[in-house]
Each structure stands twice: as structure tokens, then as C-alpha cells.
Design a protein around this ligand. Structure first.
Ligand code: NAP
Length: 308
């Protein structure tokens, strides 16, 4: 099969860190254009807007949309209306209903829509899922604590409505949890801590349950200096599990049983090519639904102002 003629939109941190290297190593793609107000990708045609790019390059078959979530719907709509398959960075949009709208439009046009959840492709996630499937689950604890100044320096959009604040990394944890749990859970309570000068939370704690009365507790915090934590721990009848380092390592009863090099974005691009080939979409909104529930049900606390 000829390579998919791909374009990339919103050239910033994640494009440079992950998308460009992953695309360059995957023979299923030929990157032919980029659209970004300021960013450029060397060696291909660059445009200031997706509309200009789509008009100038009708041969584009698929686009990867990597701008902040608040600006993704318009770009996705333009791409789908022009007949292109669409890869959405996470989170897939700023609201659930706009993502549902994109799903409907993609389905009506026979195009592939991919809501990429990169953390689901972390190397130990599938083994964690298999372990939980084989061992009745008693409880789960999620700890996602990192230093926002290190990971998101001067990213104004992340603190604005729709930027999700601490849920920007926290949704990665939720993408793993929703993938590995045998039965879905729902939120029962949450506390969201908003810096008094910001429109998005810097910390969140959440409790979930389901019809089996499973207890899932999650804590996300962006004020963590020193050791960073991206851990999902589970107590099961078959022992304790810890999926550590964002899904990179799996420990059972304290013993390391799985560790492999990180391949999240290469795996995302393999999956995108596969769904295009199969004529399917893959746009699960479960992680975004839990975030929306937290904004709906969560108590709000105002905390010390945050300055970059
Ligand atoms: P970023 O560098 O701040 O933004 C990406 C690019 O989007 C910017 O360079 C900018 O390019 C464009 N952009 C910014 N504001 C815009 C606006 N108002 N309208 C249109 N375009 C705008 O952010 P990022 O870290 O790459 O994150 C982008 C997305 O990837 C987010 O959804 C994030 O959650 C996700 N993601 C990030 C990471 C990470 O480690 N950073 C990891 C996984 C996923 P121009 O100024 O050139 O238009």
C-alpha cells in the first residue's frame, strides 16, 4: 500500500518531541505538509492555517491535530469536511459533545477518527490489564503527581477554560484506568483545587465506584517537586499490582515483572494506519467523561495563586 500522505497541525512541544520522530520511522506515512501559526517543520511545505493547507494540498489524506484542545474542533471539522482521516491528540476535544459531533461526521463520511490516548500504549499496560482480568479486584489507587513548572512551562492554554489544568496529565491516568478495569466505574465525589488566579485546577482528588462496589481513589497534583509519581496500584485476590512510571513498569507483590522501552507514539501511529486501512474509527471518550464528571460533581477549593 502506498504511504498515507499525512499533514500535521499545531507544531509545538509534542509534535517536536514525539510526532515527528514517530512519523519519520514509520513507512506507512509520508509527511507532506504542516500548518501552524508560528511553528514550522523543516523539509516540507508549511502553511499558516489548516484551511490554507487543505486548499493548497488536496493530496493530503490524513491530518494529525496537535494544538491545545480548545482549538481542535474547528480544525477537525475542516479536515473531515475536506475528506481527510483525523488523528486527535489527547484530550480529543474541549467538550464531550464536540467529540461526539466529530464521531458522527466521520462516520457519515466514512473517514477514520482517532482519539489518541498515548498512555494506553505504555509498555506494561496490557500486562496490567491481563493481571487484573485474572485476579478479582479489591481496590485501586491512582497517584499522578508532577511538577507543572517542569512539564508545562509557560503553557497559558493549560490554565484556561478547556485546558483542563491538572487533568491534562491526569486524563492519561484515566485513559489507562478505563482501559484496564474489567467493568466501568463512575465518579462518586471529587475535590478540585483551583489557584485563585487560574481557571483550571492544580490538584484533584476523586473517588469512583461501580456496581461491584469497587473502590477506586485517584489523586492528581501538579505541585510535586522532587520525585514524580505516575502510579496505579491495585489490590487483588491474586496479589498487589503496581503499574509504575506512567505504565512503563509492572510490579507484582513488589517484584518487577515487566519493563520495556517506551514506544507510545510509534504505537499510536501504527494504530492510526491500521484503523485507516480497516475503514474504522477509534474514539473512546471514557477518560474525558470522567473529567467532565469531576467538573460537574467536584467541590471547588481555592488555593494559593500560581505563577510560572
Ligand atoms: P503547545 O506546544 O503549547 O501547543 C502546540 C501548538 O499548538 C503551539 O506550538 C501552537 O503552534 C499551537 N497553538 C497554541 N495555541 C493555539 C491557538 N490558540 N490556536 C491554534 N493553535 C494554537 O502544547 P503541546 O505540549 O505540544 O500540547 C499540545 C497537545 O498535545 C495538548 O492537547 C496536550 O495535552 C497534548 N500532549 C502534550 C504532551 C506533552 O508532553 N507536551 C504529551 C502528550 C500530549 P502555533 O503558535 O505555531 O500555531
Amino acid at each position: 500500500m502506498a504511504p498515507i500522505k499525512l499533514a500535521i497541525v499545531g507544531v509545538g512541544k509534542i509534535v517536536r518531541d514525539q510526532h515527528l520522530p514517530a512519523i519519520a520511522k514509520n513507512g506507512d506515512y509520508q509527511l507532506i505538509a504542516a500548518a501552524s501559526r508560528n511553528g514550522v517543520v523543516d523539509g516540507i511545505d508549511n502553511y499558516k492555517s489548516i484551511e490554507d493547507m487543505l486548499a493548497a494540498k488536496p493530496e493530503i489524506e490524513a491530518v494529525s491535530l496537535c494544538m491545545p484542545p480548545q482549538f481542535r474542533y474547528e480544525a477537525a471539522l475542516a479536515a473531515l469536511e475536506a475528506g481527510k482521516h483525523v488523528f486527535l491528540e489527547k484530550p480529543p476535544g474541549a467538550t464531550i459533545s464536540e467529540v461526539e459531533d466529530l464521531k458522527r461526521i466521520a462516520a457519515a463520511k466514512g473517514l477514520s477518527l482517532f482519539a489518541s490516548w498515548h498512555s494506553r500504549y505504555a509498555p506494561a499496560v496490557e500486562e496490567a490489564k491481563a493481571f487484573i482480568a485474572a485476579s478479582p479486584l479489591k481496590s485501586m489507587t491512582v497517584t499522578w503527581k508532577e511538577d507543572v513548572r517542569h512539564w508545562h512551562p509557560n503553557q497559558a492554554w493549560i490554565w484556561e477554560p478547556g485546558g483542563l489544568g491538572v487533568f491534562d496529565p491526569g486524563i492519561n491516568a484515566l485513559s489507562i484506568v478505563t482501559h484496564i478495569l474489567p467493568r466501568p466505574v463512575f465518579l462518586t465525589s471529587a475535590i478540585l483545587e483551583f489557584p485563585e488566579n487560574r481557571d483550571a485546577p492544580i490538584a484533584a482528588s476523586m473517588s469512583f465506584t461501580n456496581a461491584d462496589k469497587l473502590k477506586v481513589e485517584a489523586v492528581f497534583d501538579w505541585r510535586q517537586t522532587g520525585k514524580q509519581s505516575w502510579d496505579i496500584e491495585a489490590e487483588t485476590d491474586g496479589g498487589s499490582m503496581r503499574l509504575a512510571d506512567g505504565g512503563a513498569k509492572l510490579f507484582i507483590d513488589g517484584k518487577l515483572v515487566s519493563e520495556a522501552p517506551e514506544q507510545e507514539y510509534p504505537e499510536l501511529y501504527r494504530r492510526f494506519a491500521a484503523i485507516i486501512k480497516a475503514g474504522e474509527s477509534d474514539a473512546d471518550i471514557a477518560p474525558l467523561t470522567h473529567v467532565a464528571d469531576a467538573f460537574m460533581l467536584g467541590k471547588r477549593k481555592f488555593v494559593e495563586a500560581f505563577h510560572d
